[in-house]
Design a protein around this ligand. Structure first.
Ligand SMILES: [Zn+2]
Ligand SMILES: [Zn+2]
Length: 138
């Protein structure tokens, strides 16, 4: 069972329909989209929406542990509603981020030298190369 979201400095967040829709949209895709992508798809439904509002709402979802922020040094933050531990493949040509079916190795974190004084919380592995579409274009 998943534990309840951590209470933030500002207390628990009020549920909002906008945020529910953002979460549903993020859960409907495996494309690890940006805030701008979400905004594009919801702007008609919520005429007062802005990229900034999307960003703030996604930040709350991240804080609540419902969405992961992916930062591979790309220009824009990308988001992932798949919060189960998994690895990513990043296409060097089109920057697509794809989930890879490699078994997640929880033991890696225990392999860091315990005398190093480091407290390891998590690890990430990224695979780089060409996606199927880009490979075909070559
Ligand atoms: Zn590609
Ligand atoms: Zn992912």
């Amino acid at each position: 069972m998943k534990s309840k979201a951590k209470p933030s400095g500002r207390g628990f967040y009020r549920r909002s329909r906008q945020r529910e829709r953002i979460l549903a949209l993020l859960r409907s895709t495996e494309s690890h989209p940006t805030a701008a992508w979400v905004y594009d798809r919801l702007k008609r439904e919520f005429p007062r929406l802005s990229v900034g509002t999307v960003y703030r709402n996604v930040a709350i979802l991240v804080e609540e542990g419902l969405v992961n922020r992916i930062d591979f040094g790309s220009t824009f933050d990308r988001f992932d509603a798949n919060t189960a531990p998994h690895y990513h493949f990043i296409c060097e040509e089109c920057a697509r981020i794809i989930d890879v079916e490699v078994p997640f190795d929880h033991s890696i974190t225990t392999r860091v030298d315990p005398t190093s004084g480091l407290e390891v919380h998590r690890h990430e592995i990224e695979f780089y190369g060409l996606c199927d579409a880009c490979k075909k274009e070559r």
